[in-house]
Design a protein around this ligand. Structure first.
Ligand SMILES: [Zn+2]
Length: 280
């Protein structure tokens, strides 16, 4: 962490101290998730969440093996850009990167910072399957699930405390608290699951987004089925807190007619098979 970032934290974290407490009364029940209209408790200003997400993304990418292979990166970015266009959130600066890891995983940080692991390519199979993964992650970002997590009692305390700590320079422990609040495990060893209702919400938003972006939403059913069948000993973020595969499939089928209507109205995207990544 460089010296200039100290100033960055001072700038970005002060609003948590000054704004969070007075907003507790005003913001409760006045935040509503996009697409589902679920009421949310979010006590963190979105600008703060975006700043934390952008900084954590830089830190995380510096630690993880980021791929620069165009064969892997191009499909992820082209799917990502299509999804980002229909997500239509001008305040987010979308970024899509590929991490060379065998684990079937992906994550999104606030502000539209997405990473897809190469381990997901064989499960996604093609760009339509990839659109289901990216749509799900973009769904987490749009619905501000990290902001919700940070607003939960204990983590809000952590964010407030680390805000104070950040004023005097940030320690590795501080960083870990930020990562945890954002859904990343200590030292980025793992991606923490969101709650079951957040996962279902990301599924729904992802399905709608992929359809609007021109990918047949039916591809999501196949993708989640393949996920359910893979090794459950180390459940990835995308599986960890989900209801059992049968209820997930039931949900998907229930949402499919609506998603199909968006797909019918969209300009179809070309569906290309994904390359098989080399073992890292
Ligand atoms: Zn998820």
């Amino acid at each position: 962490m460089s010296g200039s970032n100290g100033a960055y934290w001072r700038l970005r974290l002060r609003p948590i101290w000054s704004i969070a407490a007075p907003c507790i009364g005003a913001l409760v029940a006045c935040t509503v998730a996009p697409y589902t209209k679920r009421s949310q408790l979010i006590l963190i200003p979105e600008a703060t969440e975006i700043a934390l997400g952008a900084d954590a993304y830089r830190q995380v990418l510096a630690k993880l093996p980021v791929s620069h292979d165009p064969e892997l990166v191009t499909p992820v970015r082209s799917v990502g850009e299509r999804i980002a266009r229909v997500a239509n959130h001008p305040g987010y600066k979308w970024e899509f990167n590929v991490i060379v890891k065998e684990e079937a995983n992906a994550f999104a940080l606030p502000g539209g910072k997405v990473a897809v692991y190469t381990g997901i390519f064989p499960l996604a199979r093609d760009t339509a399957g990839l659109a289901a993964v990216v749509g799900h992650e973009v769904g987490h970002a749009l619905a501000r699930h990290a902001g919700e997590r940070m607003s939960q009692g204990l983590l809000l305390d952590a964010v407030l405390t680390l805000g104070a700590a950040a004023l005097g320079g940030s320690s590795p422990a501080t960083r870990n608290l930020i990562y945890q609040a954002l859904g990343l495990g200590a030292q980025i060893g793992y991606v923490l699951p969101f709650s079951r209702s957040q996962e279902a919400e990301a599924d729904y938003i992802g399905l709608i987004l992929m359809a609007k972006a021109g990918y047949d939403p039916e591809a999501a059913l196949g993708l989640w089925q393949r996920f359910a069948e893979q090794d459950k000993d180390r459940p990835p973020e995308l599986l960890a807190t989900h209801p059992d595969p049968a209820s997930r499939a039931r949900n998907m089928r229930r949402w499919l007619p609506e998603a199909k209507r968006y797909f019918a109205a969209a300009t179809p995207a070309s569906v290309e098979p994904l390359p098989t990544p080399k073992k890292p």
